[in-house]
Ligand binder design. Structure first.
Ligand SMILES: Cc1cc2nc3c(=O)[nH]c(=O)nc-3n(C[C@H](O)[C@H](O)[C@H](O)COP(=O)(O)O)c2cc1C
Length: 209
């Protein structure tokens, strides 16, 4: 959708807010992505309240935040999130987190598919509120890339001082592999992160025997 600063084929970590059938607000961290048709894709495990609420109301609000406390509370300590943290949006049967009032998307469920233990919701973006101070939404691809970079600088150092088969280098290479795998999973259709990982891995190969 024009004006929406989200790239296709990459999972962003967001907080999804919904109402249950009695109108009680709920918020939970969920990964979202934009597919090649411009639809918003959300995969929710069947046991989550978010799944139940979206299945029933066919609508949700995608809240963008980098507030670590909000992620922790919404994932594990939802009782600590008071109802006053939410605001009802006129004519929409889903609430927004007040903290994200300048950074949210309203998504309407177009289609629901089943994938093992979860539902894949294909949603139409019906409205969004993105103010100028919007920063790129959080993606694990970026944090894993930083981990790879840090570990790589240490690999290059330790391979010279301790040898390329030293336990330190082997452990760091395992961490690099782990994070490269995360990047592959969360930025499946997004070339840039995968290209950067390849570039870094080539540098490691060329510099250590
Ligand atoms: C960063 C992050 C991303 C998550 N992404 C998903 C997801 O895409 N789908 C899902 O079902 N659960 C996901 N979870 C787990 C749910 O947030 C968690 O199970 C939550 O308690 C569900 O709350 P609910 O039952 O109120 O929906 C994620 C958790 C975190 C911390």
């Amino acid at each position: 959708m024009k004006g929406l600063p989200l790239e296709k084929g990459i999972i962003y970590e967001t907080i999804v807010s919904t109402f249950d059938e009695k109108g009680k607000p709920n918020a939970a961290p969920m990964g979202i992505s934009i597919d090649s048709n411009g639809d918003l894709i959300l995969r929710a495990f069947f046991q989550t309240d978010t799944y139940q609420n979206m299945h029933q109301s066919k609508i949700c609000v995608i809240n963008f935040t980098c507030n670590p406390e909000l992620f922790v509370i919404c994932a594990l300590f939802q009782d600590e999130l008071p109802e006053e943290s939410f605001k009802k949006i006129t004519k929409i049967s889903a609430p927004v987190l007040k903290e994200c009032i300048n950074r949210y998307i309203i998504a309407e469920v177009k289609n629901e598919k089943i994938e093992l233990e979860r539902a894949i919701f294909e949603c139409k973006i019906v409205q969004f509120q993105i103010k100028e101070d919007f920063y790129p939404p959080y993606t694990r691809a970026f944090s894993s890339l930083l981990e790879i970079l840090i570990h790589t600088t240490r690999v290059l150092h330790f391979s010279k001082t301790k040898g390329s088969t030293s336990p330190e280098v082997i452990r760091l290479m395992e961490l690099i592999k782990y994070h490269a795998n995360v990047i592959e999973r969360v930025s499946f259709d997004n070339l840039i992160y995968n290209q950067l990982v390849d570039k870094i891995l080539e540098k490691i190969s060329s510099e250590i025997e």
